[in-house]
Unconditional design. Structure first.
Length: 177
């Protein structure tokens, strides 16, 4: 089995899982699917030699599980989870430094961390669009057309998911004063 096959297989599978999570209107599904996709992106980045992105993607798996676990619990639990993963993200970025692409992936991972713990619905998906654009720099730096396609498709899927989340959101009725 060639290295290129492993890069292509992990990229294609991660792309499919990631896009399917972002297109859904369920926040829980988004967290679960992006967690699974992150494990696959970690492998994809590792195979390409993008070790900083691989480490940040692997960290994302734990972050997604934690964000799902504390969803609906206390504000303190969410804050502790968010701050812990923000610190781990910054430490991971510093320890695996590979140049400017590490800045973009670390900022993207930090935004995603905040979004997973605190944002919902369309705001969550709009933020994930920005995260996809930041991770696009990693795709460009490593000449990964899978990741470039994945980031563009994830951006489109997040836009579609945001539209679905907005159209399915309850309409707020305001009282006249």
């Amino acid at each position: 089995m060639s290295l290129q096959f492993l890069i292509d297989a992990s990229g294609l599978t991660a792309l499919a899982v990631n896009a399917s999570g972002l297109a859904r209107s369920s926040d829980a599904s988004l967290r679960t699917k992006t967690g699974i996709a992150s494990a696959l992106w970690a492998l994809n980045n590792f195979f390409m030699g993008a070790y900083s992105a691989a480490a940040l993607s692997a960290l994302t798996v734990g972050r997604q599980a934690t964000a799902s676990a504390v969803h609906g619990t206390t504000e303190r639990a969410r804050r502790l989870g968010c701050v812990t993963f923000l610190l781990l993200t910054l430490i991971t970025g510093a320890l695996t430094w590979q140049g400017p692409q590490t800045v973009f992936t670390t900022v993207g991972s930090s935004l995603s961390t905040y979004a997973m713990f605190y944002l919902r619905g369309a705001q969550l998906r709009y933020t994930m669009m920005l995260v996809s654009l930041l991770w696009m720099y990693n795709a460009w730096a490593y000449h990964s057309w899978w990741q470039a396609a994945a980031n563009l498709m994830a951006c489109a899927a997040a836009a579609f998911g945001a539209w679905r989340a907005q159209s399915s959101a309850p309409i707020e009725v305001r009282e006249r004063t």
